[in-house]
Design a protein around this ligand. Structure first.
Ligand SMILES: [Zn+2]
Ligand SMILES: [Zn+2]
Length: 183
């Protein structure tokens, strides 16, 4: 889970696939593809550290069926301390892209023969991020009072809570000690 930003991005346009060759073929024809992308920004709010796996595109009577498994790391944030982290997400893909394009289904192949995987991968990646994702299992989180990142050490609030009690204890010991010494 690195968050290094020096890595180059690829444009989400790489997920637009020309499936004209599939549309020209008969039902039952398929093509296997290997997806191997470096960091890709799918949207302003969705970055994948990488995207890789295998997809099968099959021509059927209703369009092109996309099936396969993809693996990615989705840029998210730690639920406790809000640091940016990449969360591993496994995508199980099985979706029909209608052709001719149809407004009645979620995904279509464009008239031009372009099948854009980006909206599908966006949807699956967002769904795949768990409700609770931690930068590390023992993340200490943020102080609920001042917002200090407790992974970097305690904040003033913690000390203020402890000090008065320690003072009472010290005062008690101070007042108790001379009596025991005298007796
Ligand atoms: Zn954290
Ligand atoms: Zn605090």
């Amino acid at each position: 889970m690195s968050t290094s930003s020096d890595q180059h991005y690829v444009n989400r346009r790489v997920l637009k696939i020309n499936v004209g060759f599939l549309l020209a073929e008969g039902v039952g024809y398929f093509r296997d593809m290997v997806i191997e992308l470096p960091r890709v920004q799918l949207d302003d709010d969705l970055t994948l550290d990488f995207l890789r796996g295998n997809l099968r595109l099959s021509r059927n009577s209703r369009g092109v069926l996309v099936q396969g498994q993809l693996e990615t790391h989705v840029l998210s944030e730690c639920t406790r301390c809000l640091r940016p982290i990449f969360v591993p997400v496994f995508l199980e893909i099985e979706e029909l892209f209608a052709f001719p394009p149809s407004a009645l289904v979620a995904f279509s192949v464009a008239e031009t023969g372009i099948l854009d995987l980006a909206p599908l991968i966006r949807e699956e990646a967002i769904l795949g991020v768990p409700m609770v994702a931690l930068c590390r299992p023992d993340c200490a989180g943020l102080c609920p009072q001042c917002g200090h990142d407790l992974n970097e050490g305690p904040c003033e609030c913690v000390q203020e809570q402890i000090d008065p009690r320690l003072e009472i204890l010290r005062a008690h010991l101070r007042s108790a000690r001379p009596q025991t010494n005298d007796e």
